[in-house]
Design a protein. Structure first.
Length: 412
């Protein structure tokens, strides 16, 4: 699985600009081109990718990929895995290639101009299992305003650590159920124009988000394990926690060198440290030119064992302060009945007409309505119905109606 890419070159340049005591114009910066390498190997099934590019000026937005390079990985058993270029600057291993815990790996690169680079030898450390995923109510102050955000902070525990496996990098993805305020279960039959139950449910949807940035955690107390490692925060004002919620946490076990590298990158991302701090200003990766020690190479070749855990939550299981979270998009005032009159056209035009919602939905479905309605309830005996605007009754315009494969069958 691909790792979230961190553009080290951009971080370095932006840090230099924002950290200056005096205002500094970007065009006054001397631009120097560096090689950027991003690669990851884990003990999960491949393929894996290595990305090669050059840094670009801070005021430009494009990917300066390096093509036609030779890229390969060797291990401590004498095996070699060649990577194939699949697109500009992106090189991919075979599907069969897979890292093995305890083994050592080294990345090799030879560019078309004859420059050769290697990474330091990296050991793949087996990742311990994530023991628990849980949440706690938190009021989180904004870093830039006086605003305070209320929500849930999700944590993980890792009970069993070893001397080798105690420093980690995390990624998460969450999937939440989207249900409109007044779900529609009815539609107009395409042939009979009768009211019928919907063949496709458009009132139960799913949306998935992915983490960004660096999430790191470590523990120096191996017996106690890793406790309350903060993973992600969900604001109560969103609709993420209103219904069913699932969180997947992926844990990458890092070497001390890799952890130190990512910690420095995170400090730079977070804006801590000083531009005049020598240690903060230089982030040294694990790649080098084999013949020219002064040749600058940015990035990191990461080798990591991976473990992951998924948890499922219901709104009623959360802290009472977030059990009904998020703002409703609609109110009872948005609901209309069969006698409600809808106007079609400009009142001054000859084609202006007025229809009841029943007449509009059942007898004149070909008419255009800028805010279409869906039927909420229907009583064929009494001849009554209620309806509401589309976004109050359906979610398929903003999320997927496909239920994820991992979603439990009876997750009510």
């Amino acid at each position: 699985m691909a790792v979230n890419k961190i553009n080290i070159a951009t971080i370095l340049i932006l840090y230099l600009i924002s950290g200056c005591v005096e205002p500094y114009e970007a065009e006054n910066l001397d631009y120097e081109q560096f090689l950027v390498v991003e690669g990851l190997i884990t003990d999960e099934p491949g393929p894996y990718t290595v990305q090669l590019s050059y840094t670009i000026p801070v005021d430009t937005f494009y990917f300066d990929g390096i093509s036609d390079a030779e890229v390969w990985v060797t291990d401590n058993h004498g095996n070699r895995e060649d990577f194939t270029e699949t697109q500009n600057g992106v090189y991919e291993s075979s599907d069969a290639f897979r890292g093995v815990a305890g083994d050592f790996y080294q990345l090799h690169i030879k560019t078309i101009d004859g420059n050769e680079f290697e990474s330091e030898v990296q050991q793949l450390i087996k990742s311990p299992e994530i023991s628990n995923i849980y949440s706690s109510y938190l009021e989180k102050a904004s870093s830039s305003t006086d605003e305070v955000f209320r929500g849930l902070q999700f944590f993980i525990d890792v009970d069993e650590l070893t001397e080798e496996a105690s420093q980690f990098r995390y990624e998460w993805s969450d999937t939440y159920q989207v249900i409109p305020d007044f779900p529609t279960a009815f539609e107009i039959g395409p042939d009979t124009f009768d009211v019928m139950l919907r063949e496709v449910d458009i009132a139960t949807c799913y949306r998935t988000r992915f983490s960004s940035g660096l999430i790191l955690a470590n523990s120096t107390n191996l017996e106690a394990g890793l406790k309350e490692a903060a993973i992600n925060f969900v604001d109560v004002e969103t609709n993420v926690l209103r219904n069913r919620y699932s969180l997947l946490v992926r844990q990458y076990t890092l070497t001390p060198e890799a952890y130190s590298y990512y910690r420095k990158v995170k400090e730079m991302q977070d804006g801590s440290g000083s531009l005049f701090d020598q240690q903060q200003g230089q982030i040294i990766g694990n790649l080098y030119h084999i013949n020219d020690p002064d040749f600058q190479v940015l990035g990191y070749f990461e080798v990591a064992g991976v473990s992951q855990k998924r948890a499922f939550f219901k709104n009623r299981e959360f802290d009472s302060r977030v059990r009904v979270s998020g703002t409703l998009n609609c109110t009872e005032d948005d609901i209309i009945d069969q006698d409600y009159v809808l106007a079609v056209g400009n009142p001054t035009a000859s084609n202006y007409a007025e229809y009841t919602i029943w007449d509009f939905l059942v007898n004149n479905p070909e008419l255009y309505l800028s805010a279409p309605y869906n039927i909420i309830s229907y009583d064929p005996i009494m001849g009554t119905m209620t309806a509401a605007p589309y976004d109050c009754t359906a979610c398929d315009h903003h999320a997927s109606i496909e239920e994820p494969d991992f979603w439990p069958e009876k997750f009510y």
